[in-house]
Design a protein around this ligand. Structure first.
Ligand code: IPE
Ligand code: IPE
Ligand code: MG
Length: 249
C-alpha cells in the first residue's frame, strides 16, 4: 500500500483507542518543562482527531489522564487540568462543527466543579453529532471502571445469574460503544497501564517508539495499514487453514 492509495474502508477498524504516551520525554529531550510536552501533545491530538474523521474512523478513544496520574507532582496535575479546560474552551466550537460527539469516560467527581460543568456542557452540546464519537478517558482507570460497574449492579439488585459478559459491558463507562479494534500506544512502553482492560480482550495492538507529540497522520495511517493486514482469530483458526483439504478428508 502506498501513501496515496486509499485505505480499504471495509477493513478499517471501527474503533481506535490511543494511549497518548511520551509527552514528558518529548519535552525533556528538547530541554523544555514536561508541561510543554503536554501542550504539544494536545496540539497533536487535534491533528489526529481530524485525521480520524478523514480516514472514516467511527469511534476514537483517547487516554488523557489515568486514575494513577494523580500521583504526579501537584504542578503537573494542575497543569493537566488546565490543559483539559483550555482544550474545551478553545476547540469545542470547531469540534462541534466537524460533527464530533464528545463523551467522557472515567469519574468526574474528583475534578474541579468548574471543569465538571464544562465537560457536561461539551457532552450535551455535541450529543447528536455522528461523524466521530470521541471518548475522552480523563480520570479513567480500567479497574475503577469495573469496580464502579459492580457497585452499580449490586445497587440495582441484579441477581447473580443475570450477570453476563453483555450485562457487565452495559455497566461500563463505554456502554453502547463497540470494543476497540485497534489500540495504539506511543513512546514504546509495553504495558496496558489500566486502559480499557475489559474492552481490550481481543484488540489488536500497534506500539511505536514515537513520542505522542510526533505521532502524525502518516504514522497513524501506517498503524491502520498494519491493522488491515492482521488476522483476527478470536481463539479460533483462520479461514484459510480451516478450509484446507486435510481438514475435509
Ligand atoms: C502521557 O505522557 C500523558 C499523560 C500521562 C498525562 P507522559 O507524561 O506519561 O510522558 P512520559 O511517559 O513521562 O514521557
Ligand atoms: C498512561 O501513561 C496514561 C495516559 C497516557 C494518560 P502513563 O505514562 O501514566 O503510564 P505508565 O505510568 O508509564 O504505565
Ligand atoms: Mg508516560
Amino acid at each position: 500500500m502506498t501513501e496515496t492509495e486509499p485505505l480499504p474502508a471495509d477493513r478499517l477498524p471501527q474503533h481506535v483507542a490511543i494511549i497518548m504516551d511520551g509527552n514528558g520525554r518529548w519535552a525533556i529531550q528538547r530541554g523544555l518543562p514536561r508541561l510543554a510536552g503536554h501542550r504539544a501533545g494536545t496540539e497533536n491530538l487535534r491533528r489526529i482527531i481530524t485525521a480520524s474523521v478523514e480516514f472514516g474512523i467511527k469511534y476514537l478513544t483517547i487516554y488523557a489522564f489515568s486514575t494513577e496520574n494523580w500521583g504526579r507532582p501537584p504542578e503537573e496535575v494542575q497543569g493537566l487540568m488546565r490543559i483539559l479546560e483550555d482544550v474545551i474552551d478553545k476547540e469545542l466550537g470547531e469540534l462541534h462543527k466537524e460533527g464530533v460527539q464528545l463523551r467522557h469516560i472515567g469519574r468526574l467527581e474528583r475534578l474541579d466543579p468548574k471543569i465538571q460543568e464544562k465537560v457536561l456542557n461539551a457532552v450535551e452540546l455535541t450529543k447528536n453529532n455522528e461523524r466521530l464519537i470521541l471518548n475522552v478517558a480523563f480520570n479513567y482507570g480500567g479497574r475503577d471502571e469495573i469496580v464502579c460497574a459492580i457497585q452499580r449492579m449490586i445497587r440495582d439488585g441484579v441477581p447473580p445469574e443475570a450477570v453476563t459478559v453483555d450485562l457487565v459491558s452495559q455497566y461500563l463507562f463505554t456502554a453502547g460503544v463497540p470494543d476497540p479494534d485497534l489500540i495504539i500506544r506511543t513512546s514504546g512502553e509495553l504495558r496496558v497501564s489500566n486502559f480499557l482492560i475489559w474492552q481490550a480482550a481481543y484488540s489488536e495492538w500497534y506500539i511505536t517508539q514515537t513520542f505522542w507529540p510526533d505521532f502524525g497522520k502518516e504514522e497513524y495511517r501506517r498503524a491502520l495499514e498494519a491493522y488491515v493486514q492482521r488476522d483476527r482469530r478470536y481463539g479460533g483458526i483462520s479461514p484459510v487453514v480451516s478450509s484446507g483439504k486435510s481438514d475435509a478428508g
